[in-house]
Design a protein around this ligand. Structure first.
Ligand code: FES
Length: 147
């Protein structure tokens, strides 16, 4: 499976290579860029990353499969990721998730994920990668009906 980064992402990777003295450190940001670019990470992207970082393919694959936020298959639906970690859980993420599953499963892929670093805006989720914070069921309805 072939893969190539866009010119913009190639420039970003070149910049990252200056920042990180060890090529291994490029794996995570390169996986992020591949996913952001294509919506998922395919074998071609992992092979490319493996070659560029001089790390075994299985190492790149193990990183990509360890983190729940990386997707190895393209979703046929728009994706909502609901954080289920402590701050979000204590502020109602379970209620938000139930609301989403009951009302939006037909049109959206709803995925539970771990902390996305926006705990101050708990409960939060992402819609196609865009952060939505301080959510209520009414607020998520408003956002999804506007999109
Ligand atoms: S706990 Fe949900 S973003 Fe950190």
């Amino acid at each position: 499976m072939s893969f190539s980064y866009t010119q913009e992402n190639t420039i970003k990777i070149a910049s990252l290579m200056q920042r990180y003295p060890q090529k291994k450190a490029l794996i995570l940001p390169m996986l992020w860029l591949a996913q952001k670019q294509d919506g998922y990470i395919n074998e071609g992207a992992m092979t490319y990353i493996s070659e560029l970082t001089e790390m075994p393919y299985m190492h790149v694959y193990s990183v990509a499969t360890f983190y729940t936020m990386f997707k190895l298959q393209k979703s046929q639906k728009r994706v909502i990721e609901v954080c289920r970690t402590l701050s979000c859980e204590l502020n109602g993420s379970e209620t938000i998730k139930k609301h989403l599953v009951e009302n939006y499963s037909k049109d959206y892929e709803i995925v539970e994920v771990e902390c996305m670093g926006a705990c101050g805006g708990a409960p939060m989720c992402t819609l196609d990668g865009k952060y939505l914070e301080n959510l209520t069921s009414a607020k998520i309805d408003e956002v999804l009906h506007a999109n």
